[in-house]
Structure formats: C-alpha cells, structure tokens
Design a binder for this molecule. Sequence first.
Ligand code: ASP
Length: 327
Amino acid sequence: MSVALFTLGGTIAMAGHTVDGVRRLTGADLTAAVPGLADLGRPIDVQDVEAVASANLTLAKMLDVVDAASKAISNGATGIVVTQGTDTLEETAFVVDQVWPHSHPFVLTGAMRNPTLAGHDGPANLLAAARVACSPAARDLGALVVLNDEIHAARWVRKTHSTSTATFASPNAGSIGQVVEGQVRILTRPARQDGVPGRAEPADLDATRVALYTVTLDDDGLLLDGLADTHQGLVVAAYGVGHVPSALAPVLGALAERIPVVLTSRTGGGSVLRHTYKSVGSESDLLGRGLIDGGFLDPYKARVLLRLLLATGEGHDEIIAAFAQHH
Ligand code: ASP
C-alpha cells in the first residue's frame, strides 16, 4: 500500500529564483531530499498538481485535489499527504476536513524555511506527514496538519507566527498528537463532525461570495453598505466575545435579514458568547438580530464553511446546524 503525495507548491518547494520566476521543486525532488522516507516501507506515489504560492490556491482546486485523493484511496493508497504553502493551510485543511469521506488520514504539510536555507524544515515535515498518513492510529480523524512533529486537527489549527517553524498551533485545544522517535502518538481523538453534504461545483463556488469583515476601533461600517447586493454571506470578526460598535448593530441586523451573517471573534482563541452582555452591539443583541453563532470557529474557517454550505445550496436551518457543531 502506497502513500499518495500531491504537491501544490509553497515554500517547501521553493528552491530560489530564476530570471523569470521561482524555481520550484517537484514531488520527486522533495521526496529524494528526505532521509528515512524509504524506510517507511511504502512507495510514495507523487502527483504534481500545482507549483504556486498558497495565496493562489482556490477552494475549487482543493476540491479537485480531494477528488484525486479519493481516487488514490480507491486504488489502494493507505493515506494522503499534500504539500503546499503555509499561508492558507489553515483554510485548505478545513476545506478538506469538510468533504473528506474516508477514514484514511489526509495530512497537509509545508515548510517555513525554504530548501536554500540552513535548517530547512521541509524534509522533517514531509517525513512526519508521511508517517501520520501511514498510521492506523491516525484514521478517522479527518484532515490533519502536521508540522514541527505536531499533529493538529484541521478544525482548530491556525498559523500563529509569520516566520517561526513552530507557527502552527491549536489555541482552543492544543495539538491532538505528536510524532515521537518516528512513532505517531495520538493523545486525544476528537469525534468527527458532519461535513458539508453534497458537492460544490466550480460555477456555484464562483457565484457564492462570502465577505469577511473585521470590526476595528472607531469603525463607521461604510464598507458594509450594499454588501448584500454583491455577496451571498458575511462573516463578522467581532471584538472579544462577539461585540461591535452600537452603530453597526442595526446595519448587521439588516444584512442578516437578507443573507446569512455569522458572528465570530477576531481574538484568535475562545468562543463568542451568547447571553452575558446585553447592550446594543453585544453578542446577545447581535444574535437577537439574526446573526448566526460561530462558536469556537475562527473567522477564516467560518468563511470557508459558510461558502461551502451556500455553494451546495444548504438553507438557513442547515447553516445554523452546521455552525452549532462548533459551539
Ligand atoms: N508564502 C508561502 C506560501 O504560502 C509561505 C509558505 O509556503 O510557507 O506559499
């Protein structure tokens, strides 16, 4: 049984610059650079899909990768590894988690230091990711992010530092496991949640715009004007436990009458509250005006989930139920 490796580019594959652009390594280059990979005793079947900075990845592209990965599983692969840039990895991993139908591990990894730098972390991350992809202990956990010998659940992981090799962390739950002396050690097994039912087609994704609005000090909300005419959904990254300036509360309430508006916290950890504060612009006021409780989901993942749900034609009650899994 093999491991299927899909490469999408990113720093892990960035071997310097040429006159006309970036010199990217192929999957064969990446695997050749990893001492110990051969000792896994599993062939690595490489598919080079893209060679881009992860800012250029799309939701549709990730769904294509999931389809190709599903085919690999049907053909006998024991698990999946994707290498990509780290910038969007917390979002792409969550996309995969929402639609991955198999019990087999689907592991995403990358690197913070490119192969031209001392201490390049790509080979160690790729080896650890491949170990997790082969591990029976990592089954039934959905999409996983493996870097720095830590195993994170897609629903919780975040990129928390712009340069550190320890950038990936799960502020609400911690990592769910580690790779220790080459062994995959799962410390906690979060139950799988219901994913997004149905398949979002590229045309439906293109037609589904979900805005992310971060509330800031002395915010007049001008950017929200006319938003329901151009967008099908909105995620609000609110202060703290889910607060916005009072003047924005009726604006958001009016939007929530036309499109789903999800309330999240911009803090990077913790849940929005439901009934602690009562003033205009507080969490209970906003929920009373029809905003949807985003629970522990961070704004970026909430945007992924809302776009997938809308693109697959889910209605308001189903959207509320999908977010309720994250309370
Ligand atoms: N900018 C790069 C990317 O996301 C960063 C990385 O790979 O770590 O493609």
